[in-house]
Ligand binder design. Structure first.
Ligand SMILES: C[S@@+](CC[C@H](N)C(=O)[O-])C[C@H]1O[C@@H](n2cnc3c(N)ncnc32)[C@H](O)[C@@H]1O
Length: 268
């Protein structure tokens, strides 16, 4: 009997579900350096904007580190399926709990107890500066970026995952929310901003929105920089800035203003 041609010749072999080499991070782990681990179907979306300017320079200098974990690597069958139709019917697809579970367990291996696991979702707690300050004080964070209709609820329950939102709108995926969160956190890590004072003075740090900023030219389209800022009197400048911060906060964010007044009263 003549041997039939090998049918698999020229075709890609079925890959096992987990390939340790592919799961390995491209960069070595820097012990004691704040680390963001991102579970995503689009690892090439990172570092994205985080690779630019101060966050990019700090990443290169090893002031923080980034690892992407491709959810597709944990997919099932030769097609690496990661999603399935929603139980009970309805539009779209849902990320499977078994796939996500394997990916999450891989990501969380060896992390300290001070390394939160967060799912980015419009259902979550809205991001704010206090949240970023807490994250910057942690050893790092693992962020799960959803796609399609989101993730199977059981994963969130089983791993007790915190849910965080970028705002009251729906995006196609969690990657932009993850980058916003990392950007806002990383710039609070000592050494990342050239001038640490600027992080302490800007919006939200004191519970108020920031005062207006100006720079040269002193006059532009018949609009002048307020005289007090040109006076060279540091005391008056500080007083004016504080007053403007209060006015702007009161006008634009009554919620922040109320909280600010409450804390001020408590201190008295
Ligand atoms: C199309 S959305 C899913 C929306 C979900 N069906 C709902 O109504 O809440 C796909 C993914 O984008 C991400 N996403 C969308 N909007 C977001 C937001 N405002 N904040 C954080 N993540 C968001 C989440 O990871 C989500 O799983």
């Amino acid at each position: 009997m003549t041997e039939s041609p090998n049918k698999s010749h020229g075709r890609k072999a079925i890959r096992p579900t987990l390939k340790p080499r592919e799961l390995m991070t491209a960069t070595p782990d820097l012990v004691g350096v704040w680390k963001a681990k991102i579970l995503t179907l689009f690892p090439s979306a990172f570092p994205g904007v985080l690779g630019e300017s101060l966050t990019g320079k700090a990443l290169q200098e090893g002031l923080w580190q980034l690892e992407t974990i491709d959810l597709r690597q944990f997919g099932l069958t030769k097609h690496r399926n990661v999603d399935d139709t929603p139980a009970g019917g309805g539009a779209g697809m849902v990320l499977r709990p078994d796939v996500l579970g394997n990916a999450i367990e891989h990501a969380m291996e060896g992390v300290t107890s001070n390394h939160p696991l967060i799912y980015l979702t419009p259902r979550g707690k809205p991001m704010d500066q206090a949240m970023m300050q807490n994250l910057a004080r942690a050893d790092g964070v693992t962020l799960l970026c959803g796609r399609f209709e989101g993730v199977d609820e059981r994963v969130l329950e089983h791993y007790n995952i915190q849910e965080v939102s970028l705002g009251d709108f729906v995006m196609t995926g969690g990657e932009l929310a993850a980058q916003a969160m990392i950007d806002a956190t990383v710039r609070l890590i000592p050494g990342v901003l050239g001038n640490q004072a600027s992080a302490e003075e800007e919006s939200f740090s004191s519970g108020l929105l920031e005062h207006p900023q100006y720079t040269r030219p002193a006059e532009w389209k018949e609009r002048k920089i307020p005289d007090v800022l040109m006076s060279g009197h540091h005391g008056n400048v500080a007083k004016w800035r504080h007053q403007m911060s209060e006015e702007i906060t009161q006008e634009r964010r009554p919620d922040l203003w109320e909280e600010y007044c409450r804390k001020k009263d408590e201190k008295r």
